[in-house]
Write a protein that binds this ligand. Sequence first.
Ligand code: GRG
Length: 288
Amino acid sequence: MDFTEQYKNYIQMLENALDVFVSERKNLQNTVYKAMRYSLLGGGKRIRGVLCLAACEAAGGKAEDAVPIACAVEMIHAYSLIHDDLPSMDNDDMRRGKPSCHKAFGEAMAILAGDGLLSLAFETVIKNAPDAALAWRALRVLAEGAGPEGMLGGQVVDIESENCEIDMETLNYLHSHKTGALIKAACVAGGITGGGNDEFIKALEKYAENIGLAFQIQDDVLDVEGSAGELGKTVGSDAKSMKSTFVTHMGVEESKSAADMFYKKAADIMKNNGFMTQMAEYLSRRKN
Ligand code: GRG
């Protein structure tokens, strides 16, 4: 099976399962499920979920076994995007080519939809993972990656860095947490679910760190050079909120070279795994 076909297969596995895990309910609180489904389904590249399934297979496991944890990763990612778009945070009206959750459902319901996805992520793994001992370890990785020592911590630094210049060390810290931590958690949790040994888990960590960094540098470049149509969100938002980015530190061309270099490093770390290598190459060409 070639890369594109495999990627589509993984996405299909995720979409099918997410549709079931976050199905609408015949109860009085169904509006929150509608808002959760609105933000979670039918959009997004699913790179974190796909990396999680691929890492599980690369570690020697079956991708199906990692579906609950990969879905949990995508739920946590969707929650972070909903909350990040809120007026009190980045105040973005568009996400994945449509009105952001608070624009479609109001602010209170968007906050609750984000909270709901975060809780449901953990509930989903607890109820559906095939191996409780492996799931316990994977959940620990996911909780740490999402929380105040991970993605949420990065968001705190991001908010406190608005309208002030930050040095490269702080910028790296910010992004290795805000963007990198969940990507790393996705890979590591997948590897654990697949029964990977310590050495392989360490390799996955390194791979994911390089992917996460490259991904964020590229995000900063796309915010300057990308089109709203392709990105499905507002462009130029970093400059508007006077954020220090890799582009403001290094310029566009140097940022592009740095992103390429980190993607190549990632590919090299997983050179024995075709899909993981090609994933790094695929991401290096992304336009959204
Ligand atoms: C609110 C706790 C909390 C955290 C928010 C991840 C995050 C932290 C905010 C997202 C803001 C942002 C645009 C970050 C840049 C990198 C990034 C995570 C982009 C969005 O991820 P993609 O491109 O999105 O994988 P899709 O839509 O494809 O899933």
